[in-house]
Ligand binder design. Structure first.
Ligand SMILES: Cc1cc2nc3c(=O)[nH]c(=O)nc-3n(C[C@H](O)[C@H](O)[C@H](O)COP(=O)(O)OP(=O)(O)OC[C@H]3O[C@@H](n4cnc5c(N)ncnc54)[C@H](O)[C@@H]3O)c2cc1C
Length: 300
């Protein structure tokens, strides 16, 4: 039996790994794709203290991984398929067997929220993307729309404005929620146009996406905007599918924790975007991971 099992290799999981390893525990960290988590999807992280040059998310994630690797913690690149969590026993099922741990830190993060408009399922991956940094290059010199009005949407639009001929931001309100700096940056780009008070009714096309049907919320007018690609940035959903019936969840589906990041099951912790947190950022995810690991160490 190991002391601490960490599920997820994003900022929360990697920082939990750092603290757990430095605390002398036997630790395994499971990551199903690549370390760095969601941050790998962004081209610039401007708000992580100590990195004033605004590194891209991949570089920051790689720096995190290098740090834990120096301490001798190498992530296991494998998905955790099942979790059985009770006060007395914690078992993780992997593709090639099971691992039992005294404590578990859940850091599975979040995934993009779907818009829910008609046609989204048809054109997802075929004109609709949820990651501008990953897919923006496919739309060089083309016309795209970003749907949303928060930091991610506006940051995506700014990024895409350097690649694309024209970038529309489709926003359902009359003001953006993104930070002032990001808004200034977007408004200074001649090829970004915000379409206010407007919702996407349908994604349309033939073999691939060719347009979106828009509804003006003030006038009720319906029109089709021709675009080559759409980037949906309307929030995230905590990835609680493995534990939904085992732990107490908040109304928004995230995991409830106390101030030590402990969940409703003793010895099971949650850190980062997956938990009921007021701020979903790299710095808060890292901090949660540190708190969770410090407390887990006390139980080992
Ligand atoms: C486009 C974009 C831009 C952003 N820009 C910024 C920014 O500039 N500054 C900032 O501070 N924050 C930014 N954020 C937010 C930040 O990325 C997140 O708050 C942070 O990554 C949360 O970290 P986390 O470790 O909780 O979760 P995540 O980053 O979501 O990591 C979770 C990890 O768990 C893994 N995982 C999930 N399920 C399993 C399983 N069953 N088995 C194994 N592994 C699993 C996933 O593959 C993933 O790697 C941005 C997010 C996005 C999407």
């Amino acid at each position: 039996m190991i002391d601490i099992a960490i599920v997820g290799g994003g900022p929360a999981g990697l920082n939990a790994g750092l603290y757990a390893k430095r605390g002398g525990a036997s630790v395994r960290l499971f990551e199903e794709m690549f370390t760095g988590g969601q941050i790998v999807k962004t081209h610039r992280v401007d708000n992580y203290l100590g990195f004033s040059d605004g590194p891209d998310g991949y570089t920051l994630g790689a720096a995190f991984e290098q740090h834990i690797s120096k301490l001798g913690l190498e992530p296991d690149y494998t998905p955790v398929l099942k979790l059985e969590l009770s006060d007395n026993r914690k078992v993780l099922t992997l593709p090639d067997g099971q691992v039992e741990a005294k404590t578990v830190i859940l850091c599975m993060g979040a995934s993009p929220r779907l818009l829910g408009a008609k046609g989204e399922d048809i054109y997802s991956g075929n004109g609709i993307s949820y990651c501008a940094t990953c897919d923006g290059a496919f739309y060089r010199d083309k016309t795209v729309a970003v749907i949303g009005g928060g930091d991610t949407a506006v940051s995506d639009a700014v990024y895409l404005s350097a690649l694309c001929k024209k970038v529309y931001i489709i926003h359902r309100r009359d003001a953006l929620r993104a930070s002032e700096l990001l808004q200034q940056s977007a408004f200074s780009k001649p090829n970004i146009e915000v379409v206010w008070n407007t919702t996407v009714e349908e994604f349309v096309g033939e073999q691939s996406l060719s347009g979106i049907t828009l509804k003006d919320k003030l006038t009720g007018e319906i029109r089709t905007l021709n675009i080559d690609g759409a980037f949906v940035a309307v929030g995230i959903v905590p990835r609680t599918e493995l534990i939904a019936d085992q732990l107490a969840l908040a109304d928004d589906g995230s995991i409830e924790t106390d101030k030590y990041m402990e969940t409703s099951v003793k010895g099971v912790f949650a850190a980062g975007d997956i938990r009921n947190t007021p701020l979903r950022q790299v710095i808060t995810a890292c901090a949660d991971g540190a708190v969770a690991a410090s407390r887990a160490l006390e139980l080992c």
